[in-house]
Write a protein that binds this ligand. Sequence first.
Ligand SMILES: Nc1ncnc2c1ncn2[C@@H]1O[C@H](COP(=O)(O)OP(=O)(O)OP(=O)(O)O)[C@@H](O)[C@H]1O
Ligand SMILES: [Mg+2]
Length: 1006
Amino acid sequence: MRCPACGGESPDGKRFCRSCGGSLAAVCSACGAKLEPDDQFCGDCGAPVGGPVAAPAASASRSDAAQSVQCSSPTTERRLCSVLFVDLVGFTPLAEKRDPEEVQEVLSAYFERAQAIIGRYGGTVEKFIGDAVMAVWGAPVANEDDAERSVRAALEVVGSVAELGRNADLEDLAARAGVVTGEVAITVGKVAEGMVVGDTVNAASRVQNMAPRGAVLVDEATWRAASGAVAFSKVGLIHLKGKAEPVHAWRALRVVAERRGVGRHAGPEPPFVGRDEDLRLVKDLLHATALERRARVVSITGVPGIGKSRLVWELRKYVDGLAETVYWHEGRSLAYGVAITFWALGEMVRMRARINESDDTVASRSKLVACVAEFVTDSEEQRWVEARLAHLLGLTDAPPGEREELFSAWRTFFERIASRGPTVMIFEDLQRADPGLVDFVESILEWSRNYPILVVTLARPELMDRRPTWGAGLRNFTALHLEPLPGHAMAELLSGFVQGLRDDVADKVREHAEGVPLYAVETIHMLVDRGVLVESDGAYRVAGELGTLEIPESLHALIASRLDTLPAKQRSLLEDAAVVGRTFTTASLAVLHSEDQASLEAQLRELVRREFLSLDNDPRSSERGQYGFVQDLIREVAYSTLSRRDRSAKHLAVARHLESLADEELTSLVAAHYLEARRAAPSGTEAAEVVVGDRDWLARAGQRALSLGSPEQALSFFEQALELTGPGEDRAGLLVLAGEAAGRALAYNRALEHLEEAIGSYETAGDTNAVGRATAVLARVLEGLYRFSDEIQRAQQAFEAVGGDGDARVRADLAWELAMAHANCGSSQRALEWSETALALAEHLDDRALLARAILTKSFALFNLGRHREAVMLIRGQVALADAAGSLTERAWARSHLTVFVSDDDPREALSAGMEAAELWRRAGYREYEVMQLRPRNRSSSGSGAARVPPPRNFDRTSFCRNRRSTASRRCWRHSRGTRQRLRPASSGTPTDWLRPSPSPYEPPT
Ligand SMILES: Nc1ncnc2c1ncn2[C@@H]1O[C@H](COP(=O)(O)OP(=O)(O)OP(=O)(O)O)[C@@H](O)[C@H]1O
Ligand SMILES: [Mg+2]
């Protein structure tokens, strides 16, 4: 029997070739389907039998473009292509010792993997010959980075064969590959064997034959095209069979950058070792996310320097080489004494919109508008999303709506991106994030679960102290804790990083490193600093006398000793940079350094060369052109060497510089620098100045955090500001803000404490308007605690004290609080009167939001008083008003009210309003309201299928708390129905009863 692949003879009846181990079953040359011995034509595609042997399933890997080309009649073209040949080394002797079925299984797995990998990198499998695979890049569709992709694919196929061998207990299984780039003739329209012919094809096959096991050899043209992203070592001249002249060859080592060299290290990068399984897991999760269209979170934790960022860097290089577009976003939480609100998320948005640090507000806004328009097609949604992203970036004031709606809009942006293709969001240094950001990350899993979004979070173990519940109860959450690297991996790292390192030195480094790769890397850098090692061929080699190596015990001491070897100028520059931050612009560093820009740049470039800093050259990065520390630990050590006095002065200088930029997004950054300046400041007059700046900026940062929906962080900002504020310095104003933040963060007791202190000091000062303003906030807290009669008493007293001539704003707020409080107590007549007062004042103040709230309360009171038609008329008007200019939440509330009001008289309208409300609740980020809206009403009497509605409520305070909503809401609901039906007295359930589907808190009337 003749093997269809290699042509070798095997005895009849055998299923596998004894020369190459390939299947002896005949396959169709056109489609690869299996043929029976007597077949004249293929039973699957009808092609005549007898043509050349097909690559099994080759057509399955063709791109769409190739398939479209297939339809036209074949023509021949000359093209520049990269041709890959890969085959198994020594497979025949291995196969002989194994059961043929096992051999076939391994072969099939190899073919499958090779085909999948080649396809992912945009290549086309041309044919399978025995255990060899031939693939082409550049035909039928050409891309500028074809050569680079072919080498990436070759490296991955060879790597995956080694892994296959390990898994199949075939330790000796290995592959080798050859890639050659050159002109070929391609038959356009042909998809099976023979599409590509020419000398390049023969050369690739021969280069592959010269490759040692496990190696990828390439020719000069491929090396030139791919060397930006791939590290090579020069092999020299090789003689190819049938060629008169020898050719130059290079061995591809590993991928070291994104396409065309973006992100490449200034110096050699250690080979990636010991984490193949972790990387494979993350890659698999990415592919599963794309395939199943399901959001996932991968949480990677580990001690400093263990390799979290490196793992992500490997993923990024991989993703960047894929043919499929993956939308990649990266953001880091900054390392200051306080978290910078939502910074990492802002960075991702800026990255997507290509907003750079140097862009002013107008340029940033227009880039944002264009970016949102690109991904969000619905014009209404576009406006809604853009306004909320603009607020995130500090480009506009807060739009209407609360935290839920902000989060929802931000998620919608990423969901729309994910509708285009798999989307990755990398949150670095999550241990430094504000609680709001962690909430947001969790909300992606809950809300965006049907989108292909892979969230990867990196954190040091402190995250679990700050957020012990991180990941608990979340579906599609994978936790990956990076353990120290095993000894053999460290040895591999060292031998790949440094050529000719003495064994005793390598052992010593390994011992000290205890599995932390950063330690090994920094030791090598220390030797480079001393001139003992020099760069050579993408790695280091020993060039001096190593002697007895003294290595500092701790990583901290090791880095400190490296810093000590720097010239004084560069060292002080690093210390200054450490004050500015992990990344910085030359302009911000110039604030601390009087040197001219050119000499500063020269010093910085030298620090890049010495592997202390890196320069961001990624055209997609919002930090393009900025310098950054290669390791956070280097920054931390450099910072720790500064004296307290210097630290304080430098932080103050940076704070003032940032202040002068007048950029809203930098508010918490300015506050952080003032805070650090104060913490490090010696007592004295200068300190007093720092204190004032710190207090003011902490207050501003608190207000920004509050408006971005991070009340816990806002409270911490305000309370820190309060610590710096004496009685005579508008302490009361800060107390009111702290009280408001505490209320929103559900810290009611702290809220009461702050507000009562504020009211007390305003009363002492005789400032009745200010007392009224603080009391309006207090009223909300009392309502949250269900202390309605206290609420009424305090608000009424304050309203009377303010009097008719008092501040209209204060009167309006108090009037509306009183309307709500009476509605909550069931005093509809009083609620009606107070909402009338609030309405008049809202008109006077031209306050659209208050107008909307007061209309809702009034309509509700009218309905409870039996004046149903008026209530319906009013609420229809409110639906129109909210649709014209309101937030989604306002629009949802109006419809929810309408549903209640018309449910008995017009169930059809109730149903449609209810459905619209449910949709609006969902879009605004209120799942529980959506669910309530959709639940069938539990009415024993009519059983009309009208949609169930959430209780009509104060819509602008929903983030106050869930449980606060609940009981009060339940009461509202009962009052609203009380005019028509007799209800059971309220049961004494827990505040969250209403969230549970059963038993229903809305019992049917008895
Ligand atoms: N698996 C690995 N193989 C080779 N080198 C590694 C590996 N993991 C990390 N390194 C190297 O060790 C150094 C520190 O790694 P990395 O920056 O990823 O640490 P990290 O865990 O992110 O630390 P941090 O908590 O400070 O952010 C880098 O130079 C990196 O290239
Ligand atoms: Mg890191």
